[in-house]
Design a protein around this ligand. Structure first.
Ligand SMILES: [Fe+2]
Ligand SMILES: [Fe+2]
Length: 505
């Protein structure tokens, strides 16, 4: 049902227009002065305005200028009702952007025909504008995320963005729905998120259901395969599936399902029609493409992590290392990187790359790796090559660049006394400085063929004060401080992982 505002100081005429429009199914409001008219429009946007030019206060043309000058109101069609046959009045009104004229005495049929045609064309042009805006926003959205790694995004964040495209960047846009629900299949269940504006920000509510229930709730409103529409209040069963708050009226809705993805928009402040479908379909498609990409990325990343771990384990196999050591090193490195405020992508990366530090040991002869007692100077020289050999094994793919840097530089000392390059201070890559600290902590805690296991406190003391192998000047002071701050977390990580030898003996 459309709203028409009648602006005329002649009560008799205004009432007559109102009766005609009511009889044709319109809702009407009336204003007798220009000021009243502007006040009404500022509170509730009508779909069309019938405007008399001779108003007692600011005059019809002035009202028209104000309406056409403002972003919020300039698209409302204005029909001027006039008894004036002065051509300059018409020209002036046309210059201001008035859509049409109706001459007094008014013929009801003519008035209704013009009102209906104008509202219809204004609705269509609004939809067109909305579709273009939406297309533009989706393009912008895709472009922005093209620069991020899809696997770094959380589906809920993307769902929020898709919902915002539909709800509008600001609350109270009368062309947009007031509630949006998006869902996807997850382990056989339907996981949904409902979004709406509350006090100026978009809030959300997660729901879990089954396709059986969702299908049953939507099927009475099916118009075509995968398309649903209703101009009646959403029934209670569907409302509870959507998790909509009771204060939202949900007076109508339209939904599109594509495969196992569904987007539903409700609470439009106007009649919903099949024109909503293309917009909703583009949102569903966008959502589905994102999820497919996301799943693929996760799968690839899962395979990548698996292979990294397999390689790291293979390298540890002939040492007296333990499988849990490399997993713990990942967990500590992640914690320490977090502690020094690294960005999330760096943290994600180091959490899988730290374990590669000793991958070069795969190239070391067992006679050296498993030699009881001290190594000769020559053997030490060979042993030190596990750093450059590791970096060589990992050289190539950009995804392994961090792992290669860790493998090469995890025995560098902050004071420049380390190997293989003798690099000093911050020239040593941060990831390698981090692994250096955490590798020492874990090595101290583990029982090895040549040493007993240290308690947490004893290991922390060695890092802080040094011993015959480690001095604090080997470590980046910033990282040492962060380590000391988070030492309880390190202890927790060590004690959480049971120690399983990789190789017997
Ligand atoms: Fe090493
Ligand atoms: Fe290690």
């Amino acid at each position: 049902m459309s709203d028409v505002l009648i602006v005329d100081d002649d009560d008799l005429i205004a009432r007559m227009f109102s009766d005609w429009l009511h009889a044709a199914g319109f809702r009407t409001a009336r204003a007798a002065t220009g000021t009243d008219a502007l006040d009404l429009v500022s509170r509730s946007r009508p779909d069309l305005i019938l405007l008399d030019l001779n108003l007692p206060d600011i005059g019809g043309l002035a009202v028209c200028r104000i309406l056409k000058d403002h972003e919020r109101t300039h698209r409302i069609p204005v029909v001027v009702i006039t008894a004036s046959d002065r051509p300059e009045d018409r020209t002036h009104a046309l210059d201001l952007g008035v859509e049409d004229f109706v001459n007094k005495p008014v013929n009801p049929k003519e008035l209704l025909a013009r009102v209906q045609a104008l509202i219809r064309s204004s609705e269509l042009s609004d939809r067109l504008l909305q579709a273009y805006t939406h297309m533009d926003e989706l393009g912008e959205f895709a472009d922005r995320y093209a620069h991020e790694i899809v696997a770094d995004l959380k589906p809920a964040e993307v769902a929020w963005h898709v919902a915002r495209q539909l709800l509008g960047a600001q609350p109270g846009d009368s062309r947009r729905p007031g509630f949006v629900w998006g869902s996807a299949s997850f382990k056989g269940r339907v996981r949904g998120l409902g979004f709406w504006y509350l006090d100026g920000t978009i809030v959300s509510n997660p729901t879990v259901s089954s396709w059986h229930k969702v299908d049953a709730a939507l099927s009475p409103f099916r118009t075509e395969e995968g398309q649903y529409l209703s101009n009646d209040p959403v029934p209670d069963g569907l409302r509870s599936l959507l998790g909509a708050p009771p204060e939202l009226p949900l007076a109508n809705f339209a939904a599109v399902r594509a495969g196992n993805d569904l987007v539903l928009a409700a609470d439009y402040r106007r009649q919903v029609t099949p024109y909503e479908f293309p917009l909703l379909r583009s949102s569903v498609r966008y959502w589905a493409v994102f999820q497919r990409l996301w799943r693929e990325m996760r799968r690839t990343e899962g395979a990548f992590v698996f292979l990294m771990e397999a390689l790291a384990l293979a390298a540890e196999f002939q040492d007296d290392g333990v499988a849990s050591h490399i997993r713990r090193v990942n967990a500590y490195a992640k914690s320490l990187a977090h502690g020094v405020g690294s960005d999330p992508r760096f943290i994600r990366r180091i959490a899988v790359c730290a374990q590669m530090h000793d991958v070069g040991k795969i190239t070391m002869p067992a006679s050296i790796l498993q030699k009881p007692g001290h190594l000769s100077p020559n053997e030490w020289d060979v042993m030190k090559r596990h750093t450059v050999n590791g970096a060589r094994i990992l050289k190539g793919p950009p995804e392994l660049e961090m792992a290669a840097r860790i493998a090469r530089s995890h025995h560098e000392n902050y004071d420049g006394t380390g190997y293989p390059d003798g690099t000093v201070g911050d020239e040593i890559p941060l990831e390698a400085r981090i692994v250096k600290v955490v590798d020492i902590y874990d090595a101290l805690r583990m029982r090895r063929s040549y040493k007993p296991s240290y308690s947490h406190e004893a290991a922390v003391n060695v890092l802080r004060l040094g011993d015959d192998r480690v001095t604090p000047s080997h470590l980046d002071p910033m990282l040492l401080e962060a380590f000391l701050d988070r030492q309880a977390h390190f202890q927790e990580i060590y004690e959480r992982e049971p120690v399983h030898p990789v190789a017997a003996g």
